[in-house]
Design a binder for this molecule. Structure first.
Ligand SMILES: Nc1ncnc2c1ncn2[C@@H]1O[C@H](COP(=O)(O)OP(=O)(O)OP(=O)(O)O)[C@@H](O)[C@H]1O
Length: 552
C-alpha cells in the first residue's frame, strides 16, 4: 500500500532482552531473583546481566558465538538467559544429568567458546575437557559458578578457572547488543535424547519473544507473579518462562534441588503463585507424605508438560488445591506449543471427567499459528473423530530455525511445509488434539495399534501403582504384546496377574499388558521415561506365544 515505510520508528526486532530492560525500569526495586537468603531487584539483575554481557565481550565473545552453561536452577543460570544474548551470543544450556562423554560431544558439536559450570558439576566438565583434549577440538574457556552468596570455596579457587563474580566485576555498564535481525539465534537447545541422540535446535529471538508472551498468557500470569523454579532452566529455557517471568516483573524463586519438601517449603515461604513441572514432579508432590505437605498460601497455578500427564495425577494435584494447566510441545517449538484451554462449561463435570479432558494436549497457544493431525504419507488432515490416528504437525512463528549442522534432519522435519513432530495423536470433535503415542513407542499387536499412553493411564488408576510405562514385547504370533513396567507405592503389594486382570476389566483385551515387571523406571532429567531402555529389557524376555498358538 502506498505510503508505508519500515524504519526504526515502527520496526524493532523482537527480542526477550526488551523484557529485562523494561522490568529494570518498571519493577526496579521489586525482587527479581531469590535464592536462599540471596535476593536481587530487577534493577540489580539488569545491571548484572549488562556486566555479564560486557565481561563476555571482554573475553572475546562475538555475535553468533555459542556460550554453554552446565548448571542447576541457580541465579547465575537465570542471568545467563539475558547476559549471553545481550553480548549477541547464543546460549546453549546443557542437561545437568549428562555425563562427561555426552558433554564433550555437545561441546564439540556446538563449538561453544565458553562454558559456565556450576561448582558441583565441575568434575563432569573436567571429564569432558579431558576427552576433548585428546581430539583436535578447541577447548572452551571454563567459567566457574560457585555457590551463590557464599565465598569462593578452596576447591573452586584452586581449580584455576575464572570465576563468575570476577567476570561480572570486569564487566562495564555499557550499551548492550540487540539482534540486528529478530530471526538471529538466541539459544541452541539440545533435545532430551529420549528416542535418539540429542539434536541441536536453533531458536531465534523472535520465536523466544513470542513463545514467552504466549506462555505468560496461557499460564494466566498477571503482573508480578512469584514463580518457583522446578522446571530445569536447561530444558527449553525453562519452557520459555525464564524470559516470561521477566516480562511480567515477577520474582524467580530459584532452587538447586527439586523435591516435595523443598517445593512445599518454598511455596509457603515465598507465597509462590506459579510453578511448572513434568508429570513425574507432580506425581512426587501428589504422593508426598503428610509430614511434608503444607497448606497453600493462595492460588498456585501449575503448568505441566514434557510427557503425557496421567489424568489421575492431574486429579490428585487439583484435590490438593493446585490449579493445573496442561501444555504440550517439543524443544523444536521452544517448549510449549499447545495448551488445553479450559472452558467454564467443564467445571460442572465430575472431577475424574475433568482430569481426562485436561489430559488432552489441546489447541495451539496464541504464539503458534496452526497445529494439525495429518496422515504422514498423504498429508491430509485426519477427521475430527477422536479415533483416527495421524502425526501431530506444527506451523508458525514459534517453530525452530533448524537443527545445527544437520540440514538433512531439518529438511526432513519441515517436509511438506509443516514441522513433523514424530508424535501420534487424534483430533476430537471440539478441535482439541490428544496424543496417543510417539511414533517410536506405539505398539502394533496383531495389526492393531495400541496407544501406550492409554494403557498407562489405566495402570495409573490402580490404587497401588505409583508409576507405569508400557512398551512392546516381541511376540512370534502377535508381532508385539504390551509389557508393563510398574513401580508400586511404598508399602503396597500387587502381583502381575492382579494388574493384568485390572487392565483387562477396563480395556479391550488386546490392549491389556501380557507381562508385568515390577521395578523403578529409568527417567531422563526432563521427566520422560526412557522407553528404549525398557524396550531392550522386553526384547531380552523373548516371545510369550509360539507361532499360531496364542489367543487373547
Ligand atoms: N504434554 C505432553 N503430553 C505428552 N507428551 C509430551 C507432552 N509434552 C511433551 N511431550 C513429549 O516430549 C517430546 C518432546 O521432548 P523434547 O523436545 O524434550 O525431547 P525428546 O523428543 O524427548 O528428545 P529426542 O528427540 O532427542 O528423543 C514430544 O515430542 C512429546 O513426545
Amino acid at each position: 500500500m502506498e505510503g508505508m515505510i519500515r524504519c526504526s520508528a515502527n520496526y524493532v526486532p523482537l527480542t526477550p532482552i526488551s523484557f529485562l530492560e523494561r522490568s529494570a525500569v518498571v519493577y526496579r526495586d521489586r525482587p527479581s531473583v531469590v535464592y536462599g537468603d540471596v535476593q536481587y531487584t530487577w534493577k540489580e539483575t539488569h545491571q548484572r546481566c549488562v556486566k555479564l554481557a560486557s565481561g563476555l565481550a571482554h573475553l572475546g565473545i562475538s555475535p553468533g558465538d555459542v556460550v554453554a552453561a552446565l548448571a542447576p536452577n541457580v541465579p547465575a543460570m537465570y542471568e545467563l538467559h539475558f547476559g549471553v544474548p545481550m553480548a549477541g551470543a547464543v546460549l546453549c544450556t546443557l542437561n545437568t544429568r549428562h555425563d562427561s562423554a555426552m558433554v564433550s560431544v555437545l561441546l564439540r558439536h556446538s563449538e561453544a567458546k565458553i562454558i559456565f559450570v556450576d561448582y558441583q558439576l565441575l568434575p563432569i566438565a573436567q571429564g569432558a575437557f579431558e576427552i576433548l583434549s585428546k581430539t583436535s577440538a578447541k577447548l572452551p574457556l571454563l567459567v566457574l559458578v560457585p555457590e551463590c552468596g557464599e565465598p569462593v570455596s578452596t576447591v573452586a579457587s584452586s581449580s584455576g578457572n575464572l570465576e563468575y563474580e570476577s567476570l561480572l566485576a570486569i564487566g562495564k555498564l555499557r550499551e548492550v547488543r540487540r539482534p540486528k535481525d529478530e530471526c538471529d539465534p538466541i539459544a541452541l537447545n539440545y533435545t532430551s535424547g529420549t528416542t535418539s541422540s540429542p539434536k541441536g535446535v536453533i531458536c531465534s529471538h523472535r520465536g523466544a519473544y513470542l513463545n514467552s508472551l504466549a506462555a505468560a498468557l496461557f499460564n494466566e500470569m498477571g503482573l508480578m507473579p512469584t514463580y518457583l523454579w522446578c522446571v530445569p532452566m536447561f530444558h527449553c529455557n525453562g519452557w520459555c518462562l525464564t524470559w516470561a517471568v521477566a516480562a511480567q516483573g515477577g520474582t524467580n524463586v530459584c532452587q538447586r534441588t527439586v523435591n516435595a519438601k523443598e517445593i512445599f517449603d518454598n511455596i509457603t515461604r515465598h507465597k509462590v503463585t506459579h510453578f511448572g513441572g513434568a508429570p513425574t514432579v507432580l506425581n512426587m508432590i501428589a504422593n508426598a507424605p503428610p509430614s511434608v505437605r503444607k497448606p497453600l498460601p493462595g492460588k498456585v497455578a501449575v503448568m505441566t508438560g514434557a510427557a503425557p500427564p496421567p489424568p489421575q495425577v492431574l486429579y490428585k494435584m487439583e484435590e490438593l488445591g493446585f490449579t493445573l494447566t496442561h501444555a504440550y510441545g517439543l524443544t523444536e517449538t521452544y517448549g510449549p506449543g499447545t495448551v488445553c484451554v479450559w472452558k467454564p462449561d467443564w467445571n460442572s463435570l465430575p472431577r475424574e471427567e475433568q482430569a481426562k479432558i485436561k489430559a488432552r494436549q489441546g489447541v495451539p497457544h496464541l504464539g503458534l499459528d496452526e497445529i494439525d493431525i495429518k496422515d504422514p504419507v498423504t498429508m491430509k488432515s485426519v477427521p475430527s473423530d477422536a479415533k483416527t490416528i495421524g502425526e501431530v504437525m506444527f506451523r508458525g512463528n514459534t517453530v525452530m530455525n533448524g537443527y545445527l549442522k544437520n540440514l538433512k534432519a531439518t529438511q526432513d522435519a519441515f517436509d511438506g511445509g509443516w514441522f513433523r513432530s514424530g508424535d501420534l495423536g487424534v483430533r476430537h470433535p471440539d478441535g482439541y488434539i490428544e496424543l496417543k503415542d510417539r511414533s517410536k513407542d506405539i505398539i502394533i499387536s496383531g495389526g492393531e495399534n495400541i496407544s501406550t499412553i492409554e494403557v498407562e493411564s489405566v495402570l495409573f488408576s490402580h490404587p497401588s501403582v505409583l508409576e507405569a510405562a508400557v512398551v512392546g514385547r516381541p511376540d512370534d504370533h502377535w508381532g508385539e504384546t504390551p509389557c508393563a513396567f510398574v513401580k508400586l507405592k511404598d508399602g503396597c503389594v500387587a502381583n502381575g496377574e492382579e494388574i493384568i486382570n485390572y487392565c483387562r476389566d477396563r480395556l479391550p483385551h488386546y490392549m491389556a499388558p501380557r507381562t508385568v515387571v515390577f521395578e523403578d523406571l529409568p527417567k531422563t532429567s526432563t521427566g520422560k521415561t526412557q522407553k528404549y531402555v525398557l524396550r531392550e529389557k522386553a526384547k531380552a524376555m523373548g516371545s510369550i506365544s509360539k507361532k499360531g498358538t496364542s489367543k487373547l
